[in-house]
Design a protein around this ligand. Structure first.
Ligand SMILES: [Zn+2]
Length: 50
């Protein structure tokens, strides 16, 4: 029995590199694995704001 999740090796979703957090004044670079427009700190902040 195989698990339902099929994980292709070497094929992880990536986003544009060199992106910067959208929060004004924040120069934090975003990971290519980060789908959000904000760094992890401000992503939580934005989520909290709704
Ligand atoms: Zn930020």
């Amino acid at each position: 029995m195989y698990p339902k999740k099929t994980k292709k090796k070497g094929h992880v979703k990536q986003y544009k590199s060199g992106r910067i957090c959208k929060k004004s004044g924040c120069q934090k670079k975003l990971s290519i694995y980060n789908s959000a427009d904000y760094c992890y700190v401000h992503r939580e902040y934005i989520t909290m704001m709704g």
